[in-house]
Design a protein around this ligand. Structure first.
Ligand code: AHR
Length: 495
């Protein structure tokens, strides 16, 4: 017979805050993320505010970006920060060896980044160069950004137009040090982490958290060695995990032209985030059972082939309904691990990989992932309500996943319940058991849905996938019945 799909909210066990930074972003000097995507310069014909694109700024403000990681990525470990400050026409040009050999003119540097964080109200997360610079380069950068004393670096900042120090919340000690960041063994990296960390702490005066470079997806040995040798020498540890629809990094496939096998493949590999976090957490628990050290997933998202005809090194990919579903499924997972996971940074904010925003000349479109992030932003800094879900399966060939995923949180007397249905052919009725939650009414329902799993927004049709108001629900005494259309993400605000 027809299976019942049930979501049960456990208000009694609701006590863990969902850190707003789980909704964080990442912007690297890569392809058209910074240049074209965020920064066009004050002399551009494209409408801008002091060089930042006006359309993109407004879209990002509406998204409530909580934290922004910069300047990389791989780029961070070849970055010379001194090239990016002072008069723009005197800044040296360099080759971006990681990303297509593009010439980097350094017109976007420390001031441009930290001022952007201030405009967006986002925490600044600066990733420093451990792979090819020195401890002293880091010390001087920290002084430049954060010192209010009468010292050379702070005075140089003042001469460059910024009197007050900036507020830096996170400093990343290297990026992918096991790979592009220096090809290091975990033993070697752990020693470097201790060395960089002690000086970062001295000069940073505990103003920011030091983030240790974490593992490449399921490399548990990296986490084990770095925890063992250095866990008291950092304030958080990171990990990177990318979703590949085939599960094979060397066979990524198209972002738009795919069948149901790679639709479910993308969802399946995206949901491996659950195991990834559980496994790294178990290793961290060996050293830190009190869970004092946060795990930050500071790069994640789906990685596909680039759009045909674009530079392979620029990682420009389209973004479909599949990707929006991967995003919310991943947030459901992050929320379940909110006691350990305190930040996540999707790769990347504009025009690169699973982007929020795509630009073309003076045009801009918001991707399905943007809308998913915006709908879920209600959960930022809210208190998680544990949920248990009984769901029917969604099957393709020999792959099978739960069709329904979801999450819930409460804040300021309001409860937000988010649900998604990945089945492309079938509406699913879900009974939400509100338990002891005293819910009187549904304030608002919002839905993001698509006709096909590979539906996209284009510059010609920018609103194919956009949130709409939703009212296919029925509130009875302590239960809420919701009918989720195929390929949909729904949020209900209850009171
Ligand atoms: O986000 C693209 C790249 O992926 C980053 O530069 C690197 O850290 C990772 O391998």
């Amino acid at each position: 017979g027809a299976q019942t799909n049930v979501m049960k909210l456990d208000f009694e066990k609701s006590n863990q805050v969902i850190d707003k930074n789980i909704y964080g972003q990442f912007a690297e000097h890569l392809g058209r993320c910074i240049y074209d995507g965020i920064w066009v310069g004050p002399g551009s014909d494209i409408p801008n505010v002091n060089g930042y694109r006006k359309d993109v700024l407004e879209a990002l403000k509406a998204l409530k970006v909580p934290v922004l990681r910069w300047p990389g990525g791989c780029f961070a470990d070849t970055y010379q920060w001194k090239h990016g400050v002072g008069p723009v026409n005197e800044r040296p040009k360099i080759e971006n060896i990681w990303w297509g050999g593009t010439v980097e003119d350094n017109s976007f540097g420390t001031h441009e980044f930290l001022n952007l964080c201030e405009i967006l109200g986002a925490d600044a997360y600066v990733s420093i160069n451990v792979g090819s610079a020195t401890v002293y380069d880091m010390i001087e950068w920290i002084e430049y950004m954060t010192s209010d004393s009468d010292v050379e670096m702070a005075n140089w900042r003042r001469r460059n137009g910024r009197e007050e120090p900036w507020d830096i919340k996170f400093v990343g000690v290297g990026n992918e040090s096991w790979g592009c960041g220096g090809d290091m063994t975990p033993e070697h990296y752990a020693d470097l982490l201790r060395q960089y960390s002690i000086f970062a702490k001295m000069y940073g005066k505990e103003k920011f958290q030091r983030v240790g470079c974490g593992a490449n997806s399921f490399d548990l040995n990296w986490t084990d060695v770095v925890m063992n040798k250095a866990w008291r020498h950092m304030d958080a540890l990171s990990v990177h995990y990318y979703t590949i629809a085939t599960g094979n990094f060397d066979d990524k496939r198209s972002a738009t032209n795919f069948g149901e096998d790679l639709y479910i493949g993308g969802l399946y590999h995206g949901r491996r985030m659950e195991d990834l976090i559980s496994q790294h957490t178990a290793v961290m628990d060996k050293y830190d059972p009190e869970k004092t050290l946060p795990l930050l997933v500071d790069e994640w998202g789906i990685w596909t082939d680039v759009e045909p005809g674009t530079e392979p090194g620029h990682l420009f990919q389209q973004n479909s309904m599949r990707d929006a579903l991967i995003a919310v499924n991943t947030f459901d997972i992050f929320h379940r691990h909110a006691d350990r996971v305190k930040m996540a940074n999707i790769a990347q904010m504009v025009n690169v990989l699973q982007a929020m925003i795509l630009t073309k000349g003076d045009q801009m479109i918001l991707t399905p992932t943007y809308h998913a992030f915006k709908m879920y932003s209600v959960h930022q800094n809210a208190t998680y309500i544990p949920v248990s879900i009984i769901s029917e399966d969604y099957k393709v060939g020999d792959m099978s996943i739960a069709a329904v995923s979801g999450t819930a949180s409460q804040k300021d007397g309001k409860v937000n319940v988010s649900l998604s249905n990945v089945n492309p052919r079938k509406s699913i009725k879900v009974t939400i058991d509100l338990g002891t939650g005293a819910v009187k009414k549904v304030n608002e329902g919002t839905i993001l849905a698509a006709k096909a799993f590979n539906s996209i927004n284009t510059f010609e049709k920018p609103n194919e996938i956009a949130p709409k108001s939703f009212n296919d629900f029925k509130l009875a005494k302590n239960t809420l019945e919701v009918t989720l259309p195929p390929l949909s993400i729904v949020n209900l605000e209850l009171q």
